[in-house]
Design a protein around this ligand. Structure first.
Ligand code: PRP
Ligand code: GLN
Ligand code: MG
Length: 503
């Protein structure tokens, strides 16, 4: 899902960006990077790995400057090679560095158009394409000092050509920080500030929790299609740059990706998860009137808030039957199925006494590939459970995601072409129940009734950008099935190309 941060500060920003990235680590565990503006030069450090491993003291010392951007990566396009870690850099015009959360759906066409404009894209990343597109539009301005309007005009032209999902923070050397969000606001972006004796500092980030953690006050969400420009002397400008913007934020952010202590588009992630629990609890009671469930047990970590509410609604005990190893990251966003599979048992362990002789209802936020549920049910039985029921706070996921979640192929989705009974059989559950899509939309939407629509394509196959057809999905399957990804891992480890990235 990737996390992005951008700051124009009054003093060194390296530590603040680092701290913000650690708080956004749940959005991407594969690679991390920071770029700062040190007078007239960019300082860059990026590599594969977690934030704590990528940045050593020597890197932090080199990341000087009062403005910068940062990124944590969960690859959803291109390869997982270190050369596709972000931020990306182009030297003209000015020198621009860009961090992107999301996924473009017309990368191939855009890349072809850039070739015709004699622009070189050195990796297979859609984010590098986006950077070159922005650079190309800024190139048109010809002025040595950019006005906010010139920056916004360039963003408007980027919107006009780009399809898909994108929340972006880009630093233009000698000028300022530009941040923008796609016209549907599929990916989140929030703006905040911090008053200091020498002036106001501004920050953009994927989630409000990043601002909270570094002492910035949340001002508001960046609107769909809107761009924010903060000049390096600290002036804030904003403009709507899309022709027909309308809200359709990705509902999966609320189901799984975002941290519960974040608010996105004025929707409390925690609140929406509690609502999901209430809706699902009511459905279970209605559909399984004579159930024999003894206890509700969450599958840590994301589902805990949901399971607690289900238990409350059903007047059943809630018990933490699984203990999570805090040193293992999120399994769903790991790059390969082998790794994901191995990690479940390393990550979660059952407390036998909580299962012995009981009929348990296991709760998860979602079932995607079924990697977690299948192994967890096995563990529950090994721990002595009599019957194991399963509840998912999201409906059946039957369609690929093309907007920044790595679910590119239908075949890997356990619910694709299967009904609930068939899914229960595969994962070994005695019964399974899924949230209805209308209930999920209500659960999230009731936190902010102003948002009338969400991006729900993984559940209903309706792609909001209207440009996704079967041919595109087939192309994606070819590009990003597990075998293709495994083969492309080592391609292009060309970090040394980046002249500002020292070892
Ligand atoms: O059906 P699957 O393909 O297994 O995917 C779904 C599971 O993956 C996620 O957990 P994850 O371990 O990534 O993170 P969490 O600790 O935040 O729950 C999600 O919360 C589900 O448990
Ligand atoms: N999850 C994301 O937002 C990924 C951003 C970009 N598509 C990449 O793969 O690097
Ligand atoms: Mg989970």
């Amino acid at each position: 899902m990737c996390g992005i941060v951008g700051i124009v500060g009054q003093s060194s920003v390296n530590q603040t960006i680092y701290d913000a990235l650690t708080v956004l680590q749940h959005r991407g565990q594969d690679a991390a990077g920071i770029v700062t503006v040190d007078k007239s030069a960019f300082r860059l450090r990026k590599a594969n790995g977690l934030v704590k491993d990528v940045f050593e003291v020597k890197h932090m010392q080199r990341l000087q400057g009062k403005a910068g951007i940062g990124h944590v990566r969960y690859p959803t396009a291109g390869s997982s090679s270190a050369s596709e870690a972000q931020p990306f850099y182009v030297n003209s015009p000015f020198g621009i560095s860009l961090a992107h959360n999301g996924n473009l759906t017309n990368t191939v066409e855009l890349a072809e158009s850039l070739v015709k404009k004699r622009r070189h894209v050195n990796t297979t990343s859609d984010s590098e394409v986006l950077l070159n597109l922005l650079a190309d539009e800024l190139q048109e301005t010809r002025s040595l000092t950019l006005s906010a309007d010139e920056v916004f005009d360039a963003v408007a032209k980027v919107h006009a050509q780009t399809r898909g999902a994108y929340a972006v923070a880009a630093m233009i050397i000698g000028q300022g920080l530009v941040a923008f969000r796609d016209p549907f606001g599929i990916r989140p972006l929030v703006l905040g500030k911090h008053e200091t004796p020498t002036g106001t500092e501004y920050m953009v980030a994927s989630e409000s929790v990043a601002l909270d953690a570094v002492g910035f006050e949340v001002m508001r969400d960046v609107a769909p299609g809107e761009a924010i420009y903060i000049s390096l002397d600290g002036q804030l400008f904003t403009r709507q740059c899309a022709v027909d913007p309308s809200y359709a934020p990705c509902i999966f952010e609320f189901v799984y990706f975002a941290r519960p202590d974040s608010a996105m588009d004025k929707i409390s992630v925690y609140g929406s998860r509690v609502n999901m629990g209430a809706k699902l609890g009511a459905k279970i009671q209605k559909e399984w009137e004579d159930h024999d469930i003894d206890v509700v047990i969450p599958i840590p970590e994301t589902s805990c808030d949901i399971a607690l509410e289900i238990a409350r609604c059903m007047e059943l005990p809630y018990r933490q039957g699984f203990v999570k190893n805090r040193y293992i990251g999120r399994t769903f966003i790991m790059p390969g199925q082998q790794e994901r599979k191995k990690s479940v048992r390393r990550k979660l362990n059952a407390i036998n006494t909580e299962f012995k002789g009981k009929n348990v209802l296991l709760v998860d936020d979602s079932i995607v590939r079924g990697t977690t549920s299948e192994q967890i049910i096995e563990m529950a039985r090994e721990a002595g459970a009599k019957k194991v029921y399963f509840a998912s706070a999201a409906p059946e996921i039957r369609f690929p995601n093309v907007y920044g979640i790595d679910m590119p192929t239908t075949n890997e989705l356990i619910a694709h072409g299967r009904d609930a009974d068939e899914i229960a059989k595969i994962i070994g559950a005695d019964g399974i129940i899924f949230q209805d899509l209308t209930d999920l939309v209500d659960a999230v939407g009731m936190e902010n009734p102003e948002i009338k629509r969400f991006e729900t394509s993984v559940f209903d196959g309706q792609y909001i950008t209207n440009d996704v057809d079967q041919a595109y999905l087939d192309h994606l399957t070819q590009l990003r099935n597990d075998d293709a990804k495994a083969n492309s891992k080592d391609i292009g480890t060309n970090l040394e190309m980046h002249n500002v990235c020292h070892p």
